[in-house]
Design a binder for this molecule. Structure first.
Ligand code: 6GU
Length: 226
């Protein structure tokens, strides 16, 4: 999968994909992430990319021309399955959306800043608008990093048995069960005996019950009722 990101802050997107699972995905050639600096697509003085909004009011708006230059110049190289605008008023991002997007070939992510981007870019180029939660970030970059991480780890071959996504929270509309490692006892706090029993059927049952318990308690909203 190839993901291109258009941003006014490319520095913010250098490190998130340089470590751990994202690093492995890129080194294996399973994920290509390219960060593009919007200013390089401006033809204006001082590579201007934002301007005052029509109608007045505080806050700058990202101009249509540099954005369209960037999008169209990338579209000459690649056909995108989705052109995604990261914005607090977008569709809420969740595991289902991550699963769906991980099946696509090429994605273009546009990071907004200030008051957002000129509406005409959204009308004529953007195919999907995504929010990562009900809070406001100062720009779309951290949201883009969140999306790329969540999608990238789902690509076939990225995770191994140890890191498998099969038992993730949300993967079956359930939160993940509790986990323990050595020692069996610390300050008198014991690991549940069933996990030490060697009875894999019992262990699986226990984990499922704990996942259910935790989900009912913390996130009854995600439980499927079928
Ligand atoms: Cl995608 N962008 C910004 N700026 N803030 C957000 C967001 C995105 N998702 C939640 N808050």
């Amino acid at each position: 999968m190839r993901i291109d990101i258009i941003t006014v802050l490319p520095e913010l997107l250098e490190s998130p994909f340089a470590h751990s699972i994202m690093k492995r995905a890129r080194n294996k050639g399973l994920l290509e992430v390219n960060v593009h600096h919007l200013r390089q697509y401006s033809t204006l003085r001082q590579n201007q990319v934002d301007d005052y909004q029509f109608g007045g009011g505080a806050g700058m708006v990202m101009m249509i021309e540099p954005l369209v230059n960037a999008i169209e110049s990338l579209q000459k190289e690649v056909t995108y399955d989705e052109v995604i605008y990261l914005t607090p008023d977008g569709k809420p991002f969740n595991q289902r959306m991550a699963n769906g997007l991980s099946l696509k070939g090429n994605l273009l992510l546009i990071c907004g800043h200030y008051k957002g981007i000129d509406e005409r870019v959204r009308e004529h180029f953007v195919t999907l608008e995504v929010s990562i939660g009900d809070f406001v970030l100062s720009g779309g970059e951290l949201a883009a990093a969140v999306m790329v991480d969540a999608i990238g780890r789902l690509l076939p071959g990225v995770l191994n048995d140890e890191t498998s996504a099969l038992f993730d929270s949300f993967q079956d509309n359930l939160l993940a069960p509790p986990v323990y490692t050595r020692p069996e006892e610390f300050r008198g706090w014991k690991v549940p005996a069933i996990l030490l029993s060697g009875d894999h059927r019992k262990v699986d049952e226990w984990r499922h019950e704990e996942a259910l318990r935790r989900t009912k308690e913390r996130r009854p909203d995600i439980l499927s009722h079928d």
